[in-house]
Design a protein around this ligand. Structure first.
Ligand SMILES: [Fe+2]
Length: 182
């Protein structure tokens, strides 16, 4: 289950109902998925995509997504720092950013027009859809690991356009997930 923080308001949301409602209010779709058939976080891409086929097909039909793949990032991934540097600056895309988390953890910061920044910490089971044009940035948590299904309308559209607002520098990518409380 995700955790949503709104630092300016000193609020933290931890229930699915509160998270779904708040995110919908700033244009972000949030769902939790459970697989049609049991699978593991280490399963091959095809097995993962088959396990979540029903949910993927529903989203494809609604959002016009044509392709789905599985991205796997670990602390050992070559070029990881350069990759993360690209996405931790505030940006937007001409394409929706759709991610379903299979393993690992990360933080999306969403900067709604005229509203406070929201930090969404996602983990396994969370689906997030950031519509095209939404100002946002992304970081991994301390273990630098994430595996996620991505859906694309056109992969070519998914390149970052930077706002250069400097707002991203005011927020630490704090991860509150259970494994960090021990
Ligand atoms: Fe992005």
């Amino acid at each position: 289950m995700a955790i949503v923080r709104i630092p300016e308001e000193g609020r933290t949301l931890k229930t699915k109902a509160a998270i779904t409602e708040y995110l919908a209010g700033i244009g972000i779709e949030y769902q939790t998925w459970t697989p049609e058939q049991p699978t593991s976080a280490e399963a091959p891409q095809e097995e993962i995509l088959t396990a979540y086929k029903k949910e993927i097909d529903q989203l494809k039909a609604r959002g016009g997504y044509v392709t789905a793949d599985v991205i796997n990032v670990t602390a050992q991934t070559p070029g990881l720092d350069a990759m993360l540097a690209k996405f931790r600056r505030e940006h937007w895309h001409d394409e929706d950013e759709v991610r379903f988390i299979i393993a690992g953890r990360g933080v999306f910061h969403i900067h709604p027009e005229g509203g406070p920044v929201a930090a969404i910490e996602v983990e396994a089971g969370d689906l997030i859809r950031v519509p095209r044009g939404t100002w946002h940035w992304f970081d991994l948590c301390a273990d630098k690991q994430i595996r996620a299904i991505r859906l694309f309308q056109d992969p070519a559209g998914w390149t970052p356009a930077y706002t250069d607002s400097g707002v991203d520098g005011k927020y630490d990518p704090v991860c509150l997930g259970t494994s960090y409380l021990n």
